[in-house]
Every structure is written in structure tokens, then in C-alpha cells.
Design a protein around this ligand. Structure first.
Ligand code: FES
Length: 168
């Protein structure tokens, strides 16, 4: 397969790669841009470890080809905060131990932020079908919206506590 130039904008930085068009966005991030904060769990759309934001919306980057994302703004965990200045959602995960091994954490954090944006944007709930999510959000609502991000250590109660803390 001929390789193609692909220009990606990741965390505000524009990079041109030469890629086999079959390379997933996940592999482009990890193997070509060396942004290994985005994790590969199942590589088939089931675990959410590879969650990144594309124009503010979350996707499983293992299910998307890098060539599909020219012109998009891609955000990964590396773009969120720094060890000295964590993003408030990262800080909430630290405060509440919203992880054990940490492998799913980048995906959990990006997904949490996307959930809040989805609620603000009126993306319907799978639980209630309502366009307007009830405020305050129920735990069931948050759990449903986070259900695409698996944690094999089962840190779910602490992840929930972190999201709740962030929401205030
Ligand atoms: Fe993409 Fe599991 S690695 S969903």
C-alpha cells in the first residue's frame, strides 16, 4: 500500500506524517507521534482506553483512521495539563484515587470532560432519552455516559467521586 502524507493537528501542534492509509489514529498518535499517553487496550472499540477528543467530541481512536482526521483538532491527555499544573479534572482524579493501575485513566479523564460537554450541548441520555439531562445529574446518568470506559481495577466509585467533585 502506498504511504500518504497526512497532516494532523494534535494539542495545537501541526505535524505531517507519511503513513500507510490503514494506520489508525491511535497508532499514529502512539507509534508515529510518540504520544503514548493514549492507551491501547482492546484495539477494537470496547474498552475506551484509546479515547481522544476530536473537535471536542470523544472517539475511540482505535476505530478511526488517521487519514480521516486532516483538518480536525485532536486533543490527547498530553495536551490537558502538566505535572506542575494539572487540569482540574486530573487533579480531581488524583484527589479521589480515581485509578489503581492507571492504564485506563487518560481515557477516563478525556471521556469525563467530553461527558460534561455532551450534557451542555444537549446530547441525549441513553438512560432517560431526554434532551435535557437532569441537574443535578444522577449517578446512573454519569455511569451510563461513562460506560464506554472500562476499568479492570474497578476504581469506578472513585472515578465517580472525581467527576462529582469536578462538577462541584
Ligand atoms: Fe480502543 Fe479499546 S483500545 S476501545
Amino acid at each position: 500500500t502506498p504511504r500518504l502524507p497526512v497532516t494532523l493537528s494534535v494539542n495545537g501542534e501541526v505535524r505531517t506524517l507519511t503513513l500507510d492509509p490503514r494506520v489508525t489514529l491511535l497508532d499514529a498518535l502512539r507509534e508515529h507521534l510518540l504520544l503514548t499517553g493514549t492507551k491501547k487496550g482492546c484495539d477494537q472499540g470496547q474498552c475506551g482506553a484509546c479515547t481522544v477528543l476530536v473537535n471536542g467530541r470523544r472517539i475511540n481512536s482505535c476505530l478511526s483512521l488517521a487519514v480521516m482526521h486532516e483538518g480536525d483538532e485532536i486533543s490527547t491527555i498530553e495536551g490537558l495539563g502538566t505535572p506542575e499544573a494539572l487540569h482540574p479534572m486530573q487533579a480531581a482524579f488524583v484527589t479521589h484515587d480515581g485509578f489503581q493501575c492507571g492504564y485506563c485513566t487518560p481515557g477516563q479523564i478525556l471521556s469525563s470532560l467530553a461527558v460534561i460537554e455532551e450534557i451542555r450541548a444537549g446530547v441525549p441520555s441513553h438512560v432517560t432519552g431526554d434532551l435535557e439531562a437532569p441537574i443535578p445529574l444522577s449517578d446512573a446518568e454519569i455511569r451510563e455516559r461513562m460506560s464506554g470506559n472500562l476499568c479492570r481495577c474497578a476504581a469506578y466509585p472513585n472515578i465517580m467521586a472525581a467527576i462529582r467533585d469536578y462538577l462541584g
